[in-house]
Design a protein around this ligand. Structure first.
Ligand code: SF4
Ligand code: SF4
Length: 93
């Protein structure tokens, strides 16, 4: 069976997403790291503040930052994010 985002709980939306010049994104969705760089704000559970929690997909899809546009389904970042999410979820009971 081929991999699809449809059955993934937005694992890649727990990654750190640096933002440079993403001016169409509401300011409340950003945060600044210790070095003063802007990135997408993440909530306490690790997911991006822009995630649509009802659909578990991007709530600002048309305006999403470049790193989100460039992340490839099935690529190294995708696979690592999926593995990390599965690990964080713990063993299935
Ligand atoms: S790109 Fe990969 S990690 Fe991101 S939603 Fe799709 S399958 Fe999940
Ligand atoms: S901006 Fe959208 S695609 Fe990028 S991490 Fe946040 S919710 Fe995911």
């Amino acid at each position: 069976m081929s991999m699809t985002c449809d059955t993934c709980a937005a694992a890649c939306c727990r990654l750190e997403v640096p933002c440079i010049g993403d001016h169409d994104i509401p300011e409340r969705l950003f945060e600044t790291d210790a070095a003063g760089n802007r990135r997408m704000r993440r909530l306490d559970d690790g997911w991006c503040a822009a995630l649509d929690r009802t659909q578990m997909n991007c709530g600002i899809y048309a305006q999403r930052p470049l790193p989100c546009r460039e992340l490839a389904l099935g690529g190294p970042e995708c696979l690592a994010a999926r593995a990390r999410l599965a690990e964080d979820a713990g063993p299935m009971v």
